[in-house]
Design a protein around this ligand. Structure first.
Ligand SMILES: [Zn+2]
Length: 254
């Protein structure tokens, strides 16, 4: 009787022990499976966000920096990485980040601070930054028109442009949601209405309104605060340095 009781007790303990082991194993197994699934999802998200193709790698290798790494408040909409441009062609592929020479970052930050002091709800939106000469060559070749017409859209890649050095920006003012302010002419509009030098004439004719002119002026003041200079034919284009100074300071990004 005592032996039988002892045997029963031993049997019970064995069953409980087996159950526990099974439960533990199963829990470990479940946990591993979940972990594996999470790892898979995480790595796929990481890959989706951080695709760096050969074009972007060549910019990094050339010593350029991603503007948003230093100034995340600035919005980016690379229009040549989409078909929403004068060529209706995507020439940047996966590239959707704006790269510039590293010494432009503090200057750009000065510009943004100036703008925020004027109006804290506004920010900057970059349409194009460094433009490798090979990409400019593609743009040049896509345009099927005489050279004097082509230069209205894109400068001759043979000469090198300040964009090729990573020291020019195509940029505008935007709201806190990244929507661009009205400048009276879209980015890359080659009509004279996009020329800063004709703004007064277009204001007088009523084709540009006061708000559009004020927006353009604020953009120029903002960029000037960081040492950037506009040009007479494109309201969106700003050089940090002249082409001659760029030749001394930098290498063309091919
Ligand atoms: Zn430009």
């Amino acid at each position: 009787m005592r032996l039988s009781l002892l045997f029963s007790l031993f049997l019970c303990l064995l069953i409980v022990s087996c159950k526990d082991t099974t439960a533990n194993d199963s829990s470990v197994q479940t946990s591993n499976t979940e972990h594996d699934t999470i790892s898979t999802i995480d790595s796929s998200i990481t890959e989706a966000v951080y695709i760096i193709d050969s074009l972007e790698q060549s910019l990094i290798d050339a010593g350029l920096v991603n503007v948003q790494d230093s100034i995340p408040e600035i919005f980016i909409d690379l229009r040549y990485s989409d078909t929403n441009n004068f060529m209706h062609k995507d020439v940047y592929g996966h590239l959707n980040r704006a790269y510039v020479q590293p010494d432009l970052i503090p200057d750009l930050r000065k510009s943004l601070l100036f703008l925020k002091e004027k109006n804290a709800s506004l920010s900057l939106l970059i349409f194009d930054a460094v433009r490798p000469r090979s990409v400019q060559q593609i743009m040049w070749d896509v345009l099927d028109m005489p050279i004097h017409e082509k230069t209205k859209f894109v400068s001759n890649p043979k000469n090198g442009s300040v964009h090729n050095y990573g020291a020019a920006l195509d940029i505008t003012l935007c709201n806190s949601d990244g929507s661009p302010l009205d400048m009276g002419a879209d980015y890359d509009d080659i009509r004279l209405i996009a020329y800063p030098k004709y703004e007064q004439a277009y204001l007088d004719s009523g084709m540009l309104n006061t708000e559009q002119i004020e927006n353009r002026k604020l953009l120029r003041e903002t960029m000037k605060a960081g040492g950037f200079h506009g040009i007479q034919t494109e309201w969106w284009h700003f050089n940090r340095y002249s082409r001659d100074i760029c030749r001394e300071k930098y290498q063309i990004v091919e």
